[in-house]
Structures are given as structure tokens and as C-alpha cells.
Write a protein that binds this ligand. Structure first.
Ligand code: KG4
Ligand code: ZN
Length: 341
């Protein structure tokens, strides 16, 4: 089975080709990504209309790179939500035309499913590989620019949402704090980098820490803003304080995450933890969780597969087909900017 995966929910255009054989071995045939961050950088965040323009331009370019590899593909998996409406519309138009041209059907998949399954494959081109094996029940933490949700999975197809953010997503908070500190978009990687060279000297609040599995990062972000403004007033927003603030902010966020995961591990006797979404690219978080919970039960995607890409979507398409069979396949569909998972 050969699956084409197309991703256009936000600011990365991705097209991948994934092959699966009878023995459930997987082979990544292509995973092309066109990142738009340079286009959005001057605005400090993603501008939906510019994202749509870039997807429209990049989709045919990426397709020309994978077209010969994608020959005889069986389905196209497309992340039809959640995401930015103008960006999704461009993806939808492209995918409908492509499906017609190739005479194959479409598997609409949830973007968050792509993030969840992203740890299962090694980013090795053209090598046959088996999916990683994990034990259930498993906690699934999705932390991206648009979502922060904790799930409990009893297997790959059954899950329960334990809690989510009441306001900002974790990646969004990283991006906003980075902006306050004068760092460019996307801010997550900058915060991680600077935090390594700083000390967590500032004490910051942990909103809703004791309220079950709810998350909240808006108050924490505002507390950073107040410190930044005070430092500016006294002419002390220097390099050292920027590094120390990055370190304090990141540490506070990760302590919140550990506390929530720890509670859920105990309450549900979970046997593994899977982390997905752009913030899962953060190797400091990976180290923290591995040190706290143990390397053997903590699963992160490789860095390149943590942020948006077509391979995650192709893999999510595979799981949907496995679960629903032909019912997963459609000729037409609508986009869902606020699609829940
Ligand atoms: O999953 P993703 O590519 O797009 C969405 O679905 O939102 O996630 C993008 C988010 C951005 O907020 C970005 O700052 C964050 O992931 N991110 C990071 C790191 N790399 C990307 N956050 C913290 N540390 C990182 N190393
Ligand atoms: Zn994403």
C-alpha cells in the first residue's frame, strides 16, 4: 500500500509518500517540507492569508519532487483540520485535483492524529522499518502552536481526553514570550537555545496547577511580560536577563507538564508517555521527561517529525484505513478549521 500525505494546516507545506507492505513494514519514500517561517517572521506570527499564498505556490513544487515516487499510490491522506481556514482551502483544492488526476480516493485525517503517531517511525528514507512498540494504557500529550491536550489511550484507536488548555497553547506561549524578549518567530527553538545558557532566577506562577488536567499559560505569559516591562524601565533587559527569563519560563512550563503527567501516570497506571506536536521538538523537555519517568517509557518523535509534515499525515491515514477500511475513503470532503480530536 502506498499513501501520499499532504499537510497544509498552518505554515509548513508538506507532501510525503509512505509505503506499507503485507508484513506491516513501513518505508518512507519521500517527505518534502517547505517551511514558510521566513515569510511570517517580520509579522512575529503566522499570517493566514500569506500562509495560503505560500501553500498554493509550494504544493506543485513539492509534488514535482515526489511525483515519480508517488506513482501507483493507493490513497491521499490530507489533514482537513484543525488549522487555518485559508491554508486548509489551498490544501483541499490541490488534493481534490490530485485525487482526480491519479484516480484515487482521499482519507481526511485529523492533524492531531498525525502529531500523536509521529513517534512511531524513524526518519530514515527508503529503509524498511517496523513501527515502534509501546505499552498501553498510554498518556498522549499534544503540545503544538495551536493545541495543548492530554489524552489517555487504551490502544491506538481508543482514547479519552483528560484535559486541555483553557487559553494559550504551549507553543503559542513560547512564541509570545520569545517575541517579548525580542527573539524572532518561531520562538520555541530560540527559548530552548537561550534557556541553556541562562539560570532560572525568576519565579513565575503556575496557573491551574492543582486543577486536574487543565492547563493555562496566559497568566504565566503575562507574568513574564510584567517582568520584561520592569526590566526595561530600569534599563536592565540585557542579554543575561533575557537568557535567565527564557530559562525561568521554560523551566516553569516543563514543571507544570511533569506535574500533570505524574498525576495522570499514577491515577491511570499508565505504562507509557507519548509526546507530539511542535514543542516535542524541544530536546530539553525530552531529557527532563526521560530523567523523571525513565527513558524506556517516554516516546518523542525525532525533531524533524515533531513539527508539521506530510509523513505524519500519511501515517495517520494508514491508521484510519486500518480502523475503518473503505469507509475511511472519500471523493469529496469539507475542511474543519476547528476540528476536535
Ligand atoms: O506542530 P507545529 O509545527 O504547528 C502547529 O500545529 O501548531 O508547532 C509549532 C510550534 C510553534 O509554536 C513553535 O515555537 C514550537 O512548535 N516549537 C518549539 C520548538 N520547536 C518548535 N517549542 C519549544 N521548543 C522547541 N524546540
Ligand atoms: Zn501541528
Amino acid at each position: 500500500m502506498k499513501i501520499i500525505g499532504v499537510e497544509t494546516t498552518c505554515d509548513e507545506t508538506g507532501i510525503a509518500v509512505l509505503e506499507v507492505d503485507q508484513k506491516e513494514r513501513f518505508r518512507i519514500l519521500a517527505n518534502e517540507i517547505a517551511s514558510q517561517y521566513k515569510v511570517h517572521q517580520p509579522f512575529g506570527g503566522v499570517v493566514p492569508i500569506l500562509a495560503a499564498r505560500e501553500h498554493k505556490k509550494n504544493l506543485p513544487i513539492l509534488w514535482s519532487k515526489v511525483e515519480s515516487i508517488a506513482k501507483n499510490a493507493d490513497f491521499i491522506a490530507f489533514s482537513y483540520g484543525a488549522g487555518l481556514a485559508p491554508a486548509l482551502i489551498q490544501g483541499k483544492e490541490f488534493v481534490l485535483k490530485l485525487a482526480k488526476k491519479l484516480k484515487i480516493k482521499i482519507v481526511p485525517v485529523n492533524h492531531l492524529a498525525g502529531h500523536f503517531y509521529s513517534f512511531l517511525l524513524k526518519n530514515k528514507l527508503k529503509k524498511w522499518q517496523k513501527l515502534k512498540e509501546i505499552e498501553f494504557p498510554c498518556l498522549g500529550l499534544i503540545i503544538s502552536g495551536g493545541h495543548t491536550i492530554l489524552y489517555l489511550f487504551s490502544d491506538y484507536y481508543h482514547k479519552k481526553k483528560l484535559g486541555e488548555t483553557l487559553d494559550d497553547a504551549l507553543g503559542e506561549a513560547f512564541d509570545k514570550v520569545a517575541r517579548m524578549l525580542g527573539l524572532s518567530y518561531p520562538g520555541g527553538p530560540w527559548i530552548e537555545k537561550l534557556a541553556k545558557r541562562g539560570k532560572p532566577l525568576f519565579s513565575l506562577p503556575k496557573p491551574v496547577l492543582n486543577q486536574g488536567y487543565k492547563f493555562s499559560f496566559a497568566g504565566l505569559k503575562t507574568a513574564v511580560l510584567e517582568i520584561v516591562e520592569d526590566l526595561k524601565t530600569f534599563g536592565k533587559l540585557n542579554e543575561d536577563n533575557i537568557k535567565n527569563l527564557a530559562s525561568s519560563f521554560q523551566k516553569t512550563c516543563f514543571e507544570i507538564i511533569i506535574q500533570k503527567l505524574d498525576k495522570a501516570m499514577k491515577e491511570y497506571q499508565a505504562k507509557s508517555i507519548v509526546v507530539g506536536g511542535g514543542v516535542a521538538a524541544n530536546r530539553t523537555l525530552k531529557n527532563w521527561l526521560e530523567n523523571y519517568f525513565g527513558k524506556k517509557i517516554v516516546y518523542f518523535p525525532e525533531k524533524i517529525l515533531a513539527t508539521d509534515n506530510g509523513l505524519n499525515i500519511a501515517l495517520a491515514g494508514y491508521f484510519k484505513i486500518k480502523k475503518l477500511g473503505k469507509k475511511a475513503l472519500v471523493k469529496n470532503f469539507d475542511i474543519h478549521p476547528r476540528l476536535p480530536w
